[in-house]
Ligand binder design. Structure first.
Ligand SMILES: [Zn+2]
Length: 114
């Protein structure tokens, strides 16, 4: 069995994967996002301090989560320029959960998607 080379090609694959990986997790730490006065997050919370989804239900509830209305998916233009909304913890969690559920398929007992 020729096994030499497989390790380096795996490393190569990993490096390519890391290169492709969105940097959004570091964007959230940049002052342009998280600066307490001039960051996008602070400006959004100042402009819209209450949860938008609660407001639709006629409830006034302060929110502390700044959410991208359109999922940025690692796209810097969407991340830095996309529209934002303020959400409370409850609605922020429910939005994130419904997003994560969407692409998942339910597999039936016969092994096929339901
Ligand atoms: Zn809410």
């Amino acid at each position: 069995m020729q096994s030499s080379g497989s390790a380096s090609s795996k490393r190569e694959r990993d490096r390519r994967y890391n290169k492709r990986r969105p940097f959004s997790h570091t964007w959230y730490k940049q002052p342009e996002w998280c600066h307490p006065i001039s960051g996008r997050r602070a400006l959004q919370l100042k402009a819209e301090p209450n949860c938008r989804m609660c407001a639709k239900a006629g409830i006034v509830k302060p929110g502390r989560n700044v959410d991208h209305i359109e999922r940025h998916g690692g796209d810097p233009v969407k991340f830095w320029q996309g529209a934002l909304q303020t959400l409370c913890d409850h609605h922020h969690n429910s939005v994130k959960q419904s997003m994560e559920r969407k692409p998942r398929l339910t597999i039936g007992s016969d092994g096929w998607p339901v």
